[in-house]
Structure formats: structure tokens, C-alpha cells
Design a protein. Structure first.
Length: 186
């Protein structure tokens, strides 16, 4: 997150990174440099990023700060799944093989599917094309089919790795159902 962006948005990012617990916004910078440090204009938040008025705004998905939409966030919930390392016991990610900015990217070389940005993900690969993510239709989205092993061509993804947990696939499905929203550069 950069200068000029709402303190409330940075606050929610910090809360989400803390998996539901309070996590100081300033301490998120090493985890995700987009969060950034507290700024002087962060009126209404203490040094830990909590509201100074004693409210619990932002402590659950049903009580988000003003201006923050509920739902699945690509940057906070989907991108971490995509970026998991190969060999992660929770399930392999996509980045090590499909991110064109990595030193080696055999999946990208073979399929043309690039996970480096949401814009490139939306373009799909050589065979999936725009069917990779069909906003509102997770069942018809090739990305979900590949993760669930339902695609009729090619290997189940992540290839040769522990499959994603059903809960992780459910999060991806929900994000697609909600319209697969997010910025092109995420």
C-alpha cells in the first residue's frame, strides 16, 4: 500500500495478515511491503493499527471498516496460495513453475500460463485462454478444473505436488463466484 491510501485499508490488510488477530500495521512491511509503515495521517489508529475509539471495527468479516468490501481478496487470500513454494505441505503453489519473473518457469514455458500478475492470470495459457477464470462461474473456470483434477487435458495442478486443500479451492471458488475482482498488477 502506498502513500495517500486509506489507513483503514492498510488496517484491514494488517488484520487479514494476522489471520484474525491484531497485528501491528508497521510489522507487516517485512511480510508484505505493499502494506507499508504507519503514516502520520493514520488518524484514529494507535501504533498497533487498532482503532483509538475502542471499537472493534475490522475484527471480523461482518464488521469491516467503512469503504472496505467484504468477500475474498485476491491480494490477501488468493495470491498467497498461488505463491506457495513447491513442497509446501499445505499444497504446492503455482509461482515456481508459472511465474514468468522467476529464474526458472517450466510451466510457463510449456503452457504460456503466467501467474506473475492478475492481468496475466486472466489471459490464461495457450490452451485455456480466457476460460482460465470465468467470473461468476468457478465450475467452468479452467484454473479450478486443473486444481480439482477435472480438466480433461494435461496434468492436475500443481503438477507433482501436494494438491490444494479443499478449503483453499473453496476460497478460490468463492473469489471467482464473487467476480474474480482485483487489480491487474496484483
Amino acid at each position: 500500500m502506498g502513500p495517500g491510501q486509506s489507513a483503514k485499508v492498510r488496517f484491514v490488510a494488517a488484520w487479514a495478515l494476522g489471520c484474525g488477530g491484531w497485528l501491528a500495521v508497521a510489522s507487516c512491511a517485512p511480510l508484505d511491503p505493499r502494506v507499508g509503515p504507519l503514516l502520520e495521517d493514520d488518524a484514529g489508529l494507535d501504533a498497533q493499527g487498532r482503532p483509538t475509539d475502542g471499537s472493534t471495527s475490522g475484527t471480523d468479516a461482518n464488521n469491516l471498516p467503512d469503504g472496505v468490501a467484504a468477500g475474498v481478496s485476491f491480494a490477501l487470500q488468493i495470491r498467497p496460495l498461488i505463491n506457495r513454494a513447491q513442497g509446501d505441505p499445505a499444497g504446492g503453489g503455482c509461482r515456481d513453475c508459472h511465474d514468468s519473473t522467476q529464474p526458472r518457469h517450466p510451466g510457463y514455458d510449456m503452457s504460456g500460463f503466467d501467474t506473475s500478475t492478475l492481468k496475466s492470470i486472466r489471459r490464461g495459457g495457450n490452451t485455456s485462454g480466457l476460460r482460465i477464470l470465468i467470473a461468476g462461474d468457478p465450475t467452468g473456470s479452467v484454473m479450478v478444473m486443473k486444481l480439482e483434477g477435472r480438466q480433461t487435458t494435461g496434468a492436475r495442478m500443481p503438477k507433482g505436488e501436494t494438491p490444494w486443500a479443499p478449503a483453499d479451492i473453496a476460497t478460490l471458488r468463492q473469489w471467482i463466484t464473487e467476480g474474480a475482482q482485483g487489480g491487474d498488477n496484483e
